[in-house]
Design a protein around this ligand. Structure first.
Ligand code: NAG
Ligand code: NAG
Ligand code: NAG
Ligand code: NAG
Ligand code: NAG
Ligand code: NAG
Ligand code: NAG
Ligand code: NAG
Length: 436
């Protein structure tokens, strides 16, 4: 016994030393409380702080250049509308104000986002600069020689219903895409691939997690805090096993992470005013191609497809919004956000990628409420970011579920997250290069 434990100790020390050598880049993450908010990082410039979506759903890094235009008003694909608004300087990169920029180069980039390409950003140049990333709580990070595409024009496919060009629609200030880089891709720049090429990281591996939830005081608007670790996997930020789940291969979309839909169960904790409480309720999913479920931290709403919608609504206590004009506001909890029962949650069970394996993660019902529709607020309801159609694992999924990917090996893995202390960043001694 004694001999064995000495060997075990020696092995553990060796493992720790090896782990510490894994070169990583740790991006501080934040998820704020509002309609347009996504998993994000703040890019801190001397003259502006720009919120960049930390996007598992796209591969390129873009920012607005100063004096850019945001256009909308045409509801068809690829056409210009009659409404223009200036993109504010406070969310734009200004090359004239940078003392550290290098390598400005012409570039014809067109970047499409949103279901049905609702947003099209166009760029005429790339630039290199040193950028500071922050979430205002945990450690900040400075990365030199980052290449970014500067965007001058955004066209949004949004109809101007009353012909007044008002209100001005929202949009992402910057998008830091971290989905897989595809060899010979015509787009870019890819932040991750550039880190790999420069040796700042040593493998096309990444992990993403959020810390413990913010306080239950929903009106304080406290954000979620997390980390996007590029080049490694911090094994101290989840509980239970990290299990490989199936990664679906889609010929036409090799730069995104798709998996199969989970089996879902809702556990009702009680406390919904005026609602008869369900027993634990198994939600059957149906009606979509269940191998095409997109993992996308840059998407606002979770999507799933209950077979029996009425039963699902009864079980969860959620309600259709009487008014559903706002994007993302299909469903609401019929009470103020801070009355959502703390012990209600969804359980997602995924088939493992390896024979006989599976993994189950829990997402508290409270996590889904990061958006308040003004109409819901007036009636004392709380909007939840859930669509009852399609299949998508989005920002709320990331708040509770640890995610890891090894693009070289075409592997993705998940575990129960949301356990680390807020702002604790990375534990370098727990970092490994591959999915264990
Ligand atoms: C933006 O507009 C200002 C004022 O018109 C001008 O001085 C500046 O050069 C413009 N910047 C770019 C990038 O065109
Ligand atoms: C809106 O801005 C675009 C790009 O600058 C320009 O081509 C277009 O003419 C503008 N439209 C209107 C109505 O001003
Ligand atoms: C136009 O309609 C939108 C809702 O579709 C409304 O929020 C806005 O106030 C209207 N604008 C005017 C000027 O009436
Ligand atoms: C600009 O950044 C890219 C990507 O990091 C790098 O490949 C290139 O060498 C950089 N250019 C200069 C002049 O340093
Ligand atoms: C919740 O936060 C709001 C806004 O910061 C504050 O006014 C209120 O006192 C807080 N409530 C509790 C119970 O801490
Ligand atoms: C479902 O998606 C997978 C992966 O793209 C594809 O191979 C399969 O043909 C699709 N099945 C159906 C019924 O469309
Ligand atoms: C619902 O599930 C929870 C967690 O497994 C369990 O503690 C509880 O007893 C179940 N309630 C019913 C009514 O089955
Ligand atoms: C999901 O449900 C189906 C049908 O009940 C079952 O065959 C499968 O094993 C379940 N998968 C997991 C991971 O629980």
């Amino acid at each position: 016994m004694a001999t064995r434990s000495i060997f075990a100790l020696a092995a553990a020390v060796a493992a720790v030393q090896a782990a510490s050598d894994v070169p990583t880049v740790a991006i501080p993450l934040v998820l704020r409380y509002a309609q347009g908010k996504r998993v994000a990082t703040d890019i801190v410039l001397p003259y502006a702080t720009i919120e960049a979506v930390y996007d598992l759903g796209s591969p390129d890094f873009i920012m607005f250049e100063d004096n850019s235009t945001m256009n909308w008003g045409c509801q068809y694909l690829g056409c210009q509308g009659k409404c223009n608004a200036s993109v504010p300087d406070t969310i734009s990169y200004n090359p004239d104000l940078s003392t550290t920029k290098t390598d400005e180069a012409p570039w014809n980039g067109v970047y499409g986002y949103g279901g049905g390409l609702t947003k099209m950003y166009t760029s005429d140049k790339t630039i290199n600069d040193t950028f500071t990333f922050s979430n205002a709580v945990g450690p900040t990070l400075e990365v030199p020689n980052v290449k970014v595409a500067l965007v001058q024009y955004l066209q949004q496919r949004i109809y101007d219903a009353n012909g007044t060009c008002s209100p001005v629609p929202t949009y992402s200030q910057s998008i830091l895409g971290i989905s897989p880089h595809v060899e010979n891709s015509v787009t870019g720049p890819s932040f991750r691939q550039n880190l790999l090429d420069s040796g700042a990281i040593s493998a096309a591996v990444q992990s993403l997690w959020f810390d413990k939830p913010p306080s239950d005081n929903i009106t304080s608007g406290e954000p979620w805090i997390g980390t996007g670790l590029l080049g490694g996997i911090d094994t101290s930020k989840y509980t239970g096993p990290l299990v490989r789940i199936q990664r679906s291969f889609l010929e036409y979309s090799q730069d995104q992470y798709y998996t199969s839909a989970a089996n879902m169960t809702f556990f009702g904790g009680g406390g919904v005013p005026g609602v008869a409480l369900p027993n634990n309720y198994s939600i059957e999913l149906t009606g979509v191609n269940m191998t095409e479920c997109l993992i996308d931290s840059g998407a606002g709403s979770e999507s799933f497809f209950p077979a029996d919608e009425a039963a699902w609504l009864t079980a969860t206590g959620l309600r259709w919004n009487p008014d559903r004009t706002q994007p993302g506001s299909d469903l609401a909890f019929p009470g103020p956000c801070d009355t959502i029962p703390e012990d209600s949650y969804f359980e997602y069970s995924f088939v493992g990628a390896r024979e006989g394996e599976s993994v189950t993660v829990k997402i508290p019902l409270r996590n889904y409420h990061r958006y308040q529709d003004p109409l819901d607020e007036q009636r004392g309801w709380c909007t939840v970011a859930i669509y009852l159609r399609g299949c998508g694992l989005s920002r709320t999924f990331n708040t509770a579920v640890y995610f890891a990917a090894d693009d070289e090996r075409f592997e993705i893995a998940i575990a129960q997250g949301g356990i680390s202390e807020v702002g604790s960043g990375v534990d370098q001694d727990s970092v490994v290069l591959r999915i264990p």
